[in-house]
Design a binder for this molecule. Structure first.
Ligand code: XLS
Ligand code: NI
Ligand code: NI
Length: 446
């Protein structure tokens, strides 16, 4: 196919913060060392196939507005999938993004039968391997679309009909194997319809067990085929269902523990899902890190005034810096990365808009990385924090934690308080001072 993004002639280059070229990076300098890794190695950014190439720009009230010729229903589906793939890889290469992510049905038409669906996916995955090899773009993660077809309207693994569970399992087997073949680094399960619309017809306990069983089978198959990537759940509280079981990171952790999967499965945290669940993004990252299940991130942003998943491109360094800080504090990504699970606004109809959107997102992540890394390496927040908890490292604190000495029971603590008339004094949390400190880093980083 001829060039699709013909107004962008060259790969996007780094030109520095003073550049006014809208088609250049001002902060993302892939090979710049930040501590012991390059920016590219820290951020491991990915473009998502679905919003960027498979969505025509429709909404519940209106039709598609975008210029995406391969979405024309009159085209043969395999021809259309190939044209889409060419355009997608042209975009990845020109943007110089190291990774992408996909759902099975983004890259391959389902066809009329399951046999057809499987054959299409295997054929197109092989062609995709060729594009990956040619461009050097890697697969951050694959996932199966278990929420689009009407058969999944009442859930996939949590469907009242076991045949739907079986169909979903078969689809995941295909997609997990393709992800493995393509060298994917993770496999994601977002439970789009694993939840309920009304409790009047729902057996919650049964559905939890079905979901636990499904995930166990996915983990077993991962080991059976030798896939060494990470299996990730993607928490989201609702939308499309009224209530989704993978509500937030802490809920996912409890679920994983209940089914004995907490050492096998991690989470893929999405910014806009975090805010929908009533948390902020930094909170979700910090909880996942504290539970040892921080896997990967879907980078985007919501709208403060809207209660749904608007999937806008991240553009707040202030917000992102704090989240990246939590990620670095936890040791950084291993198999995970930042996937732009983001979509253009429906009026952004120029082909080139996809570049502007991603350049802004990538620059936001890069600048946030610089802020977070500087704060962490200067140790300023960490020294406040360790000072605040220093009592827990020795003496009474460690005796309580170890269950020794006066820390052995409520009764022994009662004795201690009575004998010594313990009367600890409140200590300032210094929140505003710390907030000002963070702002100084945001202002100064270069
Ligand atoms: C939807 C989810 C979805 C997953 C992949 O809200 O973010 O896009 O990331 O299935
Ligand atoms: Ni997502
Ligand atoms: Ni989402």
């Amino acid at each position: 196919m001829s060039e699709f993004f013909s107004t962008v002639r060259e790969p996007i280059a780094y030109e520095g913060p003073e550049s006014d070229n809208p088609l250049a990076f001002r902060w993302y300098d892939a090979d710049r060392m930040v501590g012991d890794r390059t920016m590219a190695e820290h951020l491991r950014m990915a473009v998502c196939y679905w919003h960027s190439f498979n969505w025509p720009g429709n909404d519940v009230f209106g039709e598609g507005t975008f210029d995406r010729p391969w979405l024309d229903p009159a085209l043969d589906p395999m021809v259309a999938a190939r044209a889409k793939m060419e355009a997608a890889f042209e975009f990845f290469e020109k943007l110089r993004i190291p990774y992408f992510c996909f759902h099975d049905h983004d890259v391959s038409p389902p066809g009329a039968s399951f046999a057809q669906e499987t054959a299409n996916l295997m054929t197109l995955a092989e062609e995709m391997a060729g594009h990956m090899e040619r461009t050097g773009v890697g697969l951050l993660w694959g996932t199966a679309r278990l929420f689009g077809h009407p058969r999944f309207m009442a859930g996939a693994a949590t469907n009242p009909d076991p045949a739907v569970f079986a169909r979903a399992a078969a689809q995941v087997k295909n997609c997990l194997e393709v992800t493995h073949q393509l060298g994917g680094e993770n496999y994601v399960l977002w439970g789009g319809r694993e939840g309920y619309e009304t409790l009047l017809n729902t057996d919650l306990g049964r559905e939890f067990d079905q979901l636990g069983r499904f995930l166990t089978m996915v983990v077993e198959h991962k080991h059976a085929i030798g896939f060494t990537g990470t299996i990730l759940l993607e928490p989201k509280p609702q939308e499309p269902t009224k209530h989704q079981y993978d509500y937030d990171s802490q809920t996912c952790y409890a679920f994983l523990q209940r089914y004995g999967l907490e050492n096998e499965v991690k989470v893929n945290i999405e910014v806009n899902h975090a805010t929908l669940s009533g948390h902020d993004f930094q909170h979700e990252i910090a909880v996942a890190a504290a539970c040892g299940i921080l896997g990967s991130v879907d980078a985007n942003r919501g709208d403060d005034r809207l209660g749904w998943d608007t999937d806008q491109f991240p553009n707040s360094v202030e917000q992102m810096s704090l989240a990246v800080y939590e990620i670095l504090r936890a040791g950084g990504f291993s198999t995970g990365g930042f996937n732009f699970d983001t979509k253009l606004r429906r009026m952004s109809t120029r082909r080139e808009d996809l570049f502007h959107a991603h350049i802004g997102g990538m620059d936001t992540m890069a600048r946030s990385l610089l802020v977070a890394h500087q704060m962490l390496s200067d140790g300023v927040l960490e020294s406040y924090r360790s000072q605040r908890y220093q009592g827990w490292g020795t003496g009474l604190g460690s005796e309580i934690l170890d269950g020794t000495g006066p820390g052995v029971s409520l009764a022994s603590l009662h004795e201690l308080v009575a004998a010594e008339e313990l009367d600890p004094q409140p200590v300032s949390g210094r929140q505003e001072e710390l907030e000002n400190l963070v702002n100084r880093y945001i202002d100064r980083v270069r």
